[in-house]
Ligand binder design. Structure first.
Ligand SMILES: Nc1ncnc2c1ncn2[C@@H]1O[C@H](COP(=O)(O)OP(=O)(O)OP(=O)(O)O)[C@@H](O)[C@H]1O
Ligand SMILES: [Mg+2]
Length: 324
């Protein structure tokens, strides 16, 4: 199973423009653009977190490029800490492939966090957009369009995404809860919606976190899911794994890194603290396992794969311990 399948935000990410909730104006203006694909302008999506900007960009890419979607789309973070030159090089290389595919109108660059860059970097970006404009269209994504320099704004069709209203958040959560067979007590979905303040990603993640232990979702569970620190989360994951529950540990790990965006190295640090508290042969073995994975991450192995394998080994230790 893919990691994405485990996360409700991905599972319930809309696949069609019509399925986006609460963005009627954006939807009405996007649809005609997609009917005339070869005339597509650059697009600038602005709006609050978790309102559907990245989702809309992905839908457009799929509609525009069909089966070539994966190969003909480049998704980058404009504020890549390695600098605008790296971003420029990657876009240039991508836009100038010789084996350009005649059956697609454009290659597409989706550039997230475009407003997190300096105006110098944006000036460089504007030049890249011009240099590659024959074969490439850009979708720039930002929270505030006012942080985007005027020459870029004037080259783009601007779409403003709205914060998703409480009622729509609740309706969407109800739908997901129903599909997942999750029961929520009275007022619980409203409490989730209030906590996420129009950020539907956060709302869905919160519902998933609060329902992870099974049983009815209560206000207490929602509160518990909102207020935990990275250390508490890491500790819980280690305990689940060392208790032999690999499945739950893995789900929580995905949540830890993807939902809360906590670095993998933090996980190892907290895991080490937790395991070091234990005594006996099992704890000693667990520390040796941890050290091995610490090393693998340091030499650049895929963190998600490695940490999943780490949890599997910890869970296996428990099973062996139980039998001995
Ligand atoms: N308008 C929407 N309609 C339906 N689902 C939505 C909508 N907006 C967000 N979601 C849900 O939230 C998830 C995250 O949305 P998305 O990645 O599009 O947010 P975003 O606007 O790009 O946020 P950010 O600025 O944080 O990147 C989606 O996978 C989807 O499940
Ligand atoms: Mg996004």
């Amino acid at each position: 199973m893919s990691f994405d399948g485990l996360m409700w935000v991905e599972k319930y990410r809309p696949r069609k423009i019509d399925d986006l909730v609460n963005q009627d104006e954006v939807k009405e203006r996007l649809k005609p653009l997609l009917e005339n694909k070869r005339e597509l302008p650059h697009l600038l999506f602005a709006g609050p977190p978790g309102s559907g900007k990245t989702t809309a960009a992905m839908i457009i890419a799929r509609e525009l490029l069909g089966e070539y979607y994966a190969d003909s789309t480049l998704s980058l973070n404009a504020s890549d800490e390695r600098g605008i030159d790296i971003v420029r090089e990657r876009i240039k290389k991508f836009a100038s492939y010789l084996d350009r595919n005649e059956s697609i109108p454009f290659r597409l660059v989706i550039l997230d966090e475009a407003d997190e860059t300096t105006s110098d970097a944006q000036t460089a970006l504007r030049r890249i957009m011009e240099e590659t404009s024959r074969h490439t269209r850009f979708i720039l994504i930002c929270n505030y369009s006012t942080n985007i320099i005027e020459p870029i704004q004037s080259r783009c069709a601007i779409f403003r995404f709205k914060k998703i209203g409480q009622r729509e958040v609740v309706a969407r959560l109800e739908r997901i809860a129903k599909d997942e067979g999750v029961r929520a007590g009275p007022g619980v979905l409203e409490a989730v919606a209030a906590a996420c303040d129009g950020d539907l990603r956060q709302g869905i993640n919160l519902l998933q976190a609060a329902s992870a232990g099974g049983g009815e979702v209560t206000i207490e569970k929602v509160n518990a899911a909102t207020g935990r620190t990275a250390k508490e989360r890491a500790t819980e994951i280690v305990r689940l794994a060392m208790g032999g529950d690999f499945g739950s540990a893995r789900l929580k790990l995905v949540e830890f890194t993807r939902v809360y965006g906590i670095p993998e190295s933090d996980f190892l640090r907290f895991a080490n603290e937790e395991i070091a508290k234990g005594e006996g042969e099992e704890a000693a073995r667990a520390i040796r396992v941890l050290a091995e994975y610490d090393y693998r991450l340091a030499v650049g192995a895929n963190p998600e794969v490695q940490l999943t394998a780490l949890l599997a080994e910890l869970a296996a230790l428990h099973k062996r311990g139980g039998k001995a």
